[in-house]
Write a protein that binds this ligand. Structure first.
Ligand SMILES: [Zn+2]
Ligand SMILES: [Zn+2]
Length: 155
């Protein structure tokens, strides 16, 4: 096993509630994005019993930019690097576009952001006079590990 990218825990603001903290910790330690129900399963022992508790925590964490929602998976992932998009949730203009490379074999979602890509997309939106609000792009494919496994296994 290689070490997970998610081992680098983002700094947590102190203002999180216990539920928000639990949900964030769970996502930070997960190797793949988790759905709200997968989170509920894992946090039942901690006393979280209602889906609404999970959704409320996710809503707040997403608004804070600590967690990203992956539309194509209907799942959530902890932000891998808060420095990537410091303006997230506060100012649309300063928020970087986040790119998720999602492996369809192992479910790994790699978060990447690139200032020049963000600038290019912002310029495209401006040219179309479109007010972009969603700053995550999801690309489905096969990660390096899975590609190598497939090659050596002859599958
Ligand atoms: Zn992020
Ligand atoms: Zn993979």
């Amino acid at each position: 096993m290689t070490t997970s990218l998610k081992d680098r825990a983002p700094p947590r603001p102190a203002k999180l509630t216990r539920n928000q903290d639990l949900v964030l910790a769970c996502l930070t330690h997960a190797t793949t994005p988790l759905s709200a129900y997968a989170l509920l399963d894992r946090l039942r022992e901690e006393g979280l019993k209602a889906p609404a508790q999970i959704y409320r925590a996710l809503e707040k964490l997403t608004a804070l930019g600590l967690v990203h929602r992956l539309e194509s998976l209907n799942a959530f992932a902890a932000c891998e690097d808060l420095n990537h998009h410091r303006g997230c949730g506060t100012s649309q203009d300063s928020a970087l576009v986040v790119l998720f490379m999602i492996c369809r074999r192992c479910g790994l979602a790699r978060e990447v952001s690139d200032p020049s890509l963000s600038a290019a997309l912002a310029a495209l939106c401006a040219a179309e006079q479109f007010q972009g609000e969603q700053h995550a792009i999801e690309i489905q494919g096969v990660c390096r590990n899975c590609a190598e496994t497939a090659e050596s296994g002859g599958a």
